[in-house]
Design a protein around this ligand. Structure first.
Ligand code: RNT
Ligand code: ZN
Length: 419
């Protein structure tokens, strides 16, 4: 029955110029980097209060937050067991694991040993790893500033932190035999009208030059801009223009696009093809901003489909590094991970099932009416049947209400026991 529905869907797509078998093969081969921080509200393992800070905020108090490495690993595995496709674990420096063999160290002194347990975990489950320095939620964030601070000691601490995490990323890459994305996002900005806009940027530029001075073959470097955050409404040192110019003028540094980080009428789907002529890599943070950079759970919505569509029709599946970035504490955190992860997969599948060649030809020949008609027809093709077939092949439940039963059990048996 399911099989005959897929056969029928395959024919329908083929008739319009899309190859479902090719789409399924591409989808299962493309990794998505899944952020570890959805599991514990961006708290980490340093045990100093933690939590998101510097313009980012987790809201909600749903029970069951992971409180340590073991709980976070268990929740991550539970979540990924319901997400089809290839996965990477995206880590932040504040998730360093302190043990007798890897004693507690401040962020400027972190070493590979603090992340070795994550490598063991990732290798045991076939995940890749990415790593971010954590330039927020720490006593050395002074007046909301890190790499752009006018205070020499503050700047030095954060430069040393980023240098340390880049080296760790390289070591992880060496162990795992692959590249590791090292993405720098800093919260630096001002709540109120600046009296100096260029000073922080000049200091940030010099700090980045120092951080990137060391050549590390396994590291893919990126910088992530932002427009504003809560408490930093008036000025952001690491703005879009600043980082694009920075990356373009320094070979080997890329700009990471987070779709929550722009003015509401700007779209990352349009930025991807604007940057691709100049950059051979574009890392993404896929998120869902509601009115601001709220980091709501990613859903299978229009902009997600449009972002994925650009990745596919620009033939940029290798160039674009897909990563998720959201943190919602108002719903079951494990379910949030699953819904966001599955949505990303659905969005990419939708893009892979779109007859881009035909649509492009219609645009190029000025056949705008037919383009509109075809694009509308694509929207109601039997997408669900192809999704179900993909889930069957990937050994995960196709139905969202079915995997949710498992998560309800997990909540009763495991999450509710956490204070
Ligand atoms: C903040 C950025 C950044 C963080 C994570 C935790 O606005 O999006 O990527 O969300 O690094
Ligand atoms: Zn982000």
């Amino acid at each position: 029955m399911a099989d005959s529905r897929y056969r029928w869907a395959l024919e329908r797509y083929r008739a319009l110029g899309a190859d479902t078998e090719r789409a399924l093969a591409c989808l299962s081969a493309k990794p998505v980097s899944i952020h570890c921080w959805q599991g514990d509200d961006v708290t980490g393992f340093e045990g100093e209060g933690g939590g998101a800070g510097g313009g980012i905020q987790t809201t909600g108090n749903y029970p069951g937050r992971a409180r340590n490495f073991d709980e976070l690993k268990a929740d991550f595995l539970k979540a990924t067991s319901h997400i089809p496709g290839k996965k990477r674990v995206n880590l932040h420096a504040c998730y360093a694991v302190f043990t007798a063999n890897a004693p507690r160290a401040d962020r400027d002194r972190l070493e590979y040993c603090h992340f070795a347990p994550w490598v063991t975990f990732a290798q045991a489950h076939g995940f890749g790893i990415d790593l971010n320095p954590t330039c927020f939620s720490h006593r050395m964030v002074r007046h909301g500033l890190t790499l752009s601070s006018p205070d020499e000691q503050t700047r030095r601490f954060w430069i040393d932190h980023c240098k340390a995490t880049r080296r760790i990323a390289n070591d992880i890459g060496e162990r795992m035999g692959e590249s590791v994305l090292h993405n720098i996002w800093i919260p630096d900005g001002l709540k109120d009208m600046p009296s100096d806009r260029i000073g922080p940027r000049l200091r940030l530029k010099a700090a980045l030059d120092e951080i990137f001075a060391e050549t590390l073959p396994r590291v893919i470097d990126s910088v992530e801009s932002k427009v504003f955050g809560i408490g930093v409404e008036s000025y952001t040192a690491g703005s879009n223009e600043f980082y694009i110019a920075y990356a373009a003028s320094r070979g080997g540094v890329y700009v990471l696009l987070d779709n929550g980080h722009y003015h509401p009428t700007e779209y990352v789907s349009d930025k991807i093809p604007a940057l691709l002529p100049f950059f051979d890599k574009i890392p993404l943070h896929i998120t869902r901003g509601v009115r601001w950079d709220s980091d709501h759970v990613v859903l299978y919505d229009d902009e997600l489909r449009e972002i994925m569509t650009e990745v596919v029709r620009c033939d940029a599946l290798d160039a674009v590094l897909l990563g998720l970035d959201f943190f919602d504490a108002s719903v079951n955190r494990v379910a949030a991970w699953i819904i966001g992860g599955r949505s990303a997969q659905k969005g990419l599948l939708y893009a892979l099932l779109t007859p881009h060649e035909r649509l492009r030809a219609l645009q190029d020949t000025g056949n705008f009416t037919e383009k509109m008609a075809l694009a509308e027809e694509v929207k109601t093709l039997p997408f669900g049947d192809v999704w179900e077939e993909y889930c069957r092949r990937e050994n995960v439940a196709a139905s969202d209400t079915v995997w949710h039963e498992d998560i309800k059990r997990y909540e009763e048996e495991i999450l509710k026991g956490r204070a």
